[in-house]
Design a protein around this ligand. Sequence first.
Ligand code: CTP
Ligand code: MG
Length: 372
Amino acid sequence: MSVSAIIAAAGSGERFGAGYPKALIQLGDRTLLEHAISALAPVADQIIVAAPVGFEQQISQLVGGGITVVSGGSTRSASVRNALAVVTSDFVLVHDAARALASTELARSVVTSLQSGNTAVVPGLLEVDTVKTIDASGRVTATLDRSELRRIQTPQGFSAKALRDAHASGKEATDDAALIELLGGTVNVIDGEERALKITTPSDLTAALTYLGFTNSFRTGIGTDAHAFATGRELWLAGLNWPGEEGVDGHSDGDVAAHAICDALFAATGLGDLGSNFGTDRPEYANASGSTLLQQTRELVTKAGYAISNVTVQIIGSKPKIGARRAEAIEAISKALGGVDVSVSATTTDGMGLTGEGKGIAAVASALVYKQ
Ligand code: CTP
Ligand code: MG
């Protein structure tokens, strides 16, 4: 029996408020959409993503070949209908990209239930709160019997025919099973899972992170470095060579931005500092480039069981001017650190202090890491 998976990812994520589609929000090492795809891929022969209008190409590139991307509609039901039009299998899973952490096991249980002859299957969790209905003025009209309530999740599974019939009406609902119910069809509930929570607001993202093992595991560190200008030396700064600029003194290439970042990473992970790791008693690091030290630092950080979330560095000095090469600097540092988020800024000190007097360059950095 072949299975098509529709992933509804065309919402704008208003309640989350990221300013871009919710499916593209990063959760750990991947976007919500990529999590959803990797959970369903092992059970699906065809995967169709309904993308927000205008993001089709970006999403195609993100998800790679072998996955069909269609334009979403203005409602979730319309998005599912657009994807349903290209379904080729007899069975269909419909899943929300927002339920990024639903497991492959859950998808498999839904498919198993379809295989046993059910035409519409949804995962559901017991309701733990007391649920009341209210009227327009906010007055309670009834208290529902909690034991009869289930919180319904996705992936939901359907025979393709039943799902097409249900969507033929063009009606709207917040899930697909509701359209089957409108036609009087039978919908079966199987056990859902907490980790299939729908990520709606930023606090849901925090909850989702706990399922990925990110609990209380963030640590920050800061680092600073300064070097005096020295004649006859090339300038290396932020992983880049700066032709025509005055270089600085130092045991290594004197890249203060790279050194400050290394120190911030060592501080965050409790691994000492630049001196204790690459100091003068380690001759193999004499003249090591900033990029090499960043790479070595990353290796030590990884060995200690940490991953780098992001680093920021601010370069302090009256020269060189950073702005024009900021993007290059970010790229060089990020590359040396294995592709992490990097920001680079620069400032002067209004003519005061060593860097203000033009005697050298300084940098201050911060790093955020998390235990893996
Ligand atoms: N969805 C969709 N097409 C729409 C609206 C929603 O494919 N026109 C998808 C969303 O991308 C999401 C799922 O349906 O994966 C559930 O919707 P919801 O959690 O409400 O996401 P958004 O609509 O993006 O969020 P919000 O309602 O806060 O704007
Ligand atoms: Mg919505």
